[in-house]
Design a protein around this ligand. Structure first.
Ligand code: ATP
Ligand code: MG
Length: 163
């Protein structure tokens, strides 16, 4: 795991980063999206949906807890902002990586994912985990720190530089 930093200058660039990642990330991927209110986590997920060829509109799952969309891979979008630790433990997010009955073609994007740190798997080889930390630099610019398996970070960086 080695981190990388990207800067986006407007929301379309953040959307584009999501699209790049949706396009290249493998099944059984967890994206923990961390960072301040309004820093771009939901915009990123909208981009992810574009990259996954999801036609439905992404809405914030703050009240629905999770929303599931089908595309090239099935995207589950969770937002833990309003949830207490106990509620997070009871959500059953672990089914994704624990239950053998689950279809493996999933990608899980968790806003405020740092609140689920205690339950996220750590050393499971078949699962790719990324931490994306969003930081507001100014009205329209964001720093996005991405930590994850090096092989995929390299691919993301290559696509990002080309675009
Ligand atoms: N470079 C940028 N990347 C992403 N969003 C940007 C950028 N510049 C400005 N914005 C604006 O910042 C806001 C980001 O909102 P978004 O809902 O994606 O944040 P969030 O991190 O999901 O917040 P919350 O924690 O409330 O869920 C939008 O209003 C968007 O237009
Ligand atoms: Mg959000």
């Amino acid at each position: 795991m080695s981190p990388m930093d990207l800067q986006t200058k407007n929301k379309y660039q953040t959307l584009h980063l999501g699209q790049i990642m949706g396009d290249i990330l493998p099944p059984k991927t967890i994206l923990s999206l961390e960072g301040d209110l309004g820093s771009g986590k939901t915009i990123f997920v909208k981009g992810l949906a574009l990259g996954l060829h999801i036609a439905q509109k992404i809405t914030s799952p703050t009240f629905a807890l999770v929303q599931i969309y089908s595309g090239k891979l099935d995207l589950t979008h969770a937002d833990l902002y309003r949830l207490k630790e106990k509620e997070i433990l009871e959500m059953g997010l672990e089914d994704y990586w624990r239950s053998p009955l689950f279809s493996p073609s999933w990608i899980l994007a968790i806003e405020w994912g740092d609140k689920a740190d205690a339950i996220l798997p750590t050393l499971e080889k078949s699962i790719s985990i990324f931490h994306l930390r969003f930081r507001i630099l100014s009205k329209y610019s964001r720093n996005i720190n991405i930590e994850g398996p090096k092989r995929w970070l390299n691919k993301i960086q290559t696509s990002w530089q080309k675009s």
